[in-house]
Every structure is written in C-alpha cells, then in structure tokens.
Design a protein around this ligand. Structure first.
Ligand code: ADP
Ligand code: ASP
Ligand code: MG
Length: 455
C-alpha cells in the first residue's frame, strides 16, 4: 500500500492535475494507493490574504469569485464528456461557505482563529474535488475524503497538534479495509478537534497528513511529490549549487525541515520513523529522475554533512530578568511556549541570567510582548539562521570546527552559534545580507567536499 502526496506546486493547473492523475493511475494499477493533496498552487496564500483583508473589514467577494473561476476553469478542462459527477455542485457549495465565512468576518472586522482555519481549509476541500475528478477521467474510481474524518487534533487553530492514537484509529476505520474500493483523495493540512471543528496543521502541513495516513495504514512508502528533484543539499533559491541528496536519515530530514527546508513539514518524519516506513521525495515534473529516500540511518553513517539549510528572517531576542534573578532560561522557554512560540535556538552562557533566543521574525513581536512581563528584552533583527546537517555529526568536534573555519575563510561575520546541542547539526546566525555567502561557504567547503553525491 502506497501513499502519494501532491503539493500545490504539482497542482498548478488542469494540465498538471491530469499529470498527477496519470501518476496515481499507474501506482494504483500495481497496489492500493491513497492520495493526499494540498490546495492548488498559491491558493492557501490567497486565502490567508483574504482572511486578513476580511479582518480589516474588506468584503472579499471578488477574491472568492476569482478562486471559484480558477477551480471551475480546471473542472471544465478535466470533466470528460461534460460529466463531472457532482464536482461543480461541490465546488459551488464550498465557495458559498467561503463567501459566508469571509462576509461574516468582514462585518465583524475580525476573523477568529477557528474561522480562519475553516477559510484556509477551503483550499484543500476544493482541490480534492478536482483531483478525484481527474482520476475518474483517467479511468480510476476515486472519492474525495475530508480529513476532518481522519485527523483528530487539539484546538490550537492554525498549528493544531495531532492526537496520534485517535487519528490512527480513525484512519484505520475509514480507509483501512483493503479491496477495490475507490482510491481515496484526502485533504491534506486539515484536521478536526474533539468538538468536530476544523483545524489546520500549520503551513506545509499536507506532508504531515500523508505521513499520518501512511503510518496508520502501514504503507510500504510515503511519497511526497513536489516541484524539485527531492531534498536538495541547500535551499535552491539561495544556493545555485544545491543538488539532490539521494539518502537521508529521518533525523537529518527532520533537522532540515526544522531549520527552514520548506520541502517537508517538520512533523512529517515523526509518525514514520518509529515504524521504519521510508519516505520518497520525487519530482512530479521529472518522475523517474533524481529523488531522495528518507529512512533509518545506515549502521555506518555517511562521512560528511548531507546539506545546509536556512531560515531567512530571524530575530535574536536577549532577555535580562527583572527583579527575580532565578527567572533563567526555563522561565523564558516557559513563557514563550505558553504563547505558542518555539525558539529555533537559545542559550544562557554567562554568569548573569541573560538568555538569548533566536526566533522566526514573524513571531518576534509576540515573543517580546510576552517576555516584557518579567524581563528587559532587546531584539536584533535583520538576521538569518544557517545550519549544517549531518547524521550524528553535531556532537563531535569536527563539524563546528570546520563550519567556523569555512565561515571565517569567506569572511562571513558570525552573530551567534550553537554547537553540541543537537546530535545532527551545527547552527549559526549571520546578518541577512551575508546569508548567500554563508550558505555557499558551508556548502562548498563542507557538503561538496565530503561528497553528498556519494551518499
Ligand atoms: P509543495 O507544493 O510540493 O508542498 P513546497 O513549496 O512546500 O512544495 O516545497 C518545495 C520547495 O521547497 C521547493 O520548490 C524549494 O524552493 C523549497 N526548498 C527549500 N529548501 C529545500 C531543500 N533543501 N530541498 C528542496 N527544496 C527546498
Ligand atoms: N496548502 C497548505 C499550505 O500552503 C498546506 C500544504 O501546502 O502542505 O500551507
Ligand atoms: Mg509543501
């Protein structure tokens, strides 16, 4: 049994959707297949903008109409012989819900977190209809499945946490029995809390949805189809020399995702690693070409780092405790966690109780507001985080030494660095303007020299 997940980049228009249907049709002819999809390219971004605009009081009818037109255009191109099996009516119903949600938010000048998740989930609820239609047009029986039936989460709208046991039971019950039932086409990214309210798993969360399905059903492989040749040895838009990393351990992949490699949602590896189910990352446009396989680390790990990665917009917070000198790093982490913020890296490394924490720039404002209650907080913006990832290399002396040497050799000034805290990586902060040079230095001197190609 195989899980095939297709990202928005693989679903840009009717032609690409038909291409996806051809890939699934081939897979389903050989073994049972479950398909997980995200929204069409750009749709979730458009929905985020619409939710923001509605919260500012903008009636979003024109935005919703544009989304409807785009999906109906795809439908017209995909429906053979004018038969759409109810797809048009379903799209219309989803669009009507969106009009209602956004209209109500605009009238209130507020889009509550739970309504926002229902708005964002519309992207996947529309795309599954088109993918199921394309499959039927390709001669494969398929049914759209809403993941609110499959993925149970808490009520942290926007970044909901999955209840693993409940989710496993739901997926097994709904999709478990083998046989020639229609191929399920599941909405990625979406879940529901115990009260049945729609939640979402955080941006890029469809990868995680696919791995939850794969783990629950004991898949032979979970395939995350995307628009590049697998996981690359660096962020391709910042590092022109990045190339496919053929093999990664679950730990390396999780570390890369945590430190900004958008190709995989950071939770994707967790459900599968325990079971040893491999993940493949192939390219929809170049199926059969270079791809990455993620599985357990080999007994003898590869000789050098697998890849470099980056989080482009980072701020460094420095929190000096107020009256209570005991309010050390534990207090800082506790406060940040209660505001839903997880630092990328943090340290307390001096006699005074000052703690520094690197956070994503878009949550820095919230972090400062939270910490101001007990600390004097200073921020330094305009930074980027770079990390070098290699299985088991983080705790030895060589990785940090060679990374620092590489940065120094290219005269990249260092703002902060973390060595020894992760078994699988070395991380550093640099000025944002130095990011391309930092990545090139680390990749050129560490990854390329130790031969990622040979892995
Ligand atoms: P999808 O729509 O398939 O989910 P995403 O946009 O979420 O695709 O992820 C794929 C993108 O991730 C690539 O187009 C690439 O720009 C970006 N990316 C960043 N770092 C990496 C990396 N190390 N390897 C591959 N892609 C990366
Ligand atoms: N469509 C969602 C997003 O853009 C989920 C995903 O792409 O995985 O974040
Ligand atoms: Mg993605």
């Amino acid at each position: 049994m195989r899980v095939l997940k297709f990202g928005g980049t693989s679903l840009a228009d009717a032609g690409r959707i038909a291409g996806v249907a051809a890939l699934v049709s081939e897979a389903a002819a050989r073994e049972r297949a479950v398909v997980v999809v995200s929204a069409l390219a750009g749709v979730t971004d458009a929905l985020v903008e619409a939710a923001d605009a509605a919260a500012d009081g903008e009636p979003c009818a024109a935005r919703v109409d544009a989304l409807e037109r785009r999906h109906l255009r795809c439908l017209d191109a995909l429906a053979t012989g004018g038969r759409d099996g109810g797809a048009r009516a379903t799209i219309r119903a989803r669009v009507a819900e969106l009009h209602h949600l956004l209209g109500a938010a605009a009238a209130r000048r507020r889009c509550a977190a739970r309504d926002r998740d229902s708005v964002l989930a519309a992207g996947e609820r529309l795309s599954v209809v088109l993918v199921a239609l394309a499959l039927r047009a390709a001669g494969v029986e398929a049914e759209a499945v809403d993941a609110t039936e499959l993925v149970r989460t808490d009520s942290r709208f926007g970044e909901a946490r999955v209840d693993a046991a409940a989710t496993e039971a739901l997926i097994r019950r709904r999709l478990g029995a083998a046989g020639d039932r229609p191929v399920p086409v599941v909405t990625g990214f979406v879940g529901a809390d115990a009260a049945g309210r729609t939640t979402t798993l955080g941006r890029g969360g469809s990868d995680y949805s696919a791995s939850l399905v794969g783990a629950a059903l004991g898949a032979s492989v979970v395939e995350i189809w995307t628009d590049v040749n697998g996981v690359l040895s660096g962020p391709p838009l910042l590092l022109p020399g990045a190339r496919t990393v053929p093999e990664l351990s679950y730990e390396e992949a999780a570390e890369l995702a945590f430190f900004g490699a958008k190709v995989l949602h950071r939770e994707t590896m967790r459900p599968l690693a325990a079971l040893g189910i491999p993940i493949a990352v192939p390219n929809t446009i170049a199926a059969g070409g270079a791809a990455t396989r993620i599985s357990r680390a080999p007994a003898i790990p590869a000789p050098g780092p697998a890849a470099v990665t980056a989080v482009e917009k980072v701020e460094l917070l420095t929190a000096e405790p107020g009256g209570d000198r005991r309010a050390g790093s534990h207090g800082v982490h506790h406060e940040l966690a209660s505001a839903g913020i997880e630092p990328l890296a943090s340290a307390r490394a001096s006699a005074d109780a000052t703690v520094s924490a690197a956070v994503h720039a878009d949550c820095s404002g919230r972090a400062v507001a939270t910490l101001r209650r007990g600390w004097a907080v200073a921020t330094r913006g305009g930074l980027s985080l770079v990390a070098v990832v290699g299985h088991g290399l983080g705790r030895g002396p060589a990785l940090a030494g060679s990374a620092l040497t590489a940065l120094a050799a290219e005269r990249v000034p260092l703002v902060a660095a973390w060595a020894g805290s992760s078994p699988h990586s070395f991380a550093a902060l640099v000025e944002r303007r130095d990011l391309p040079a930092a990545l090139a230095a680390l990749h050129g001197r560490l990854v390329a020299r130790t031969g990622a190609e040979a892995r």
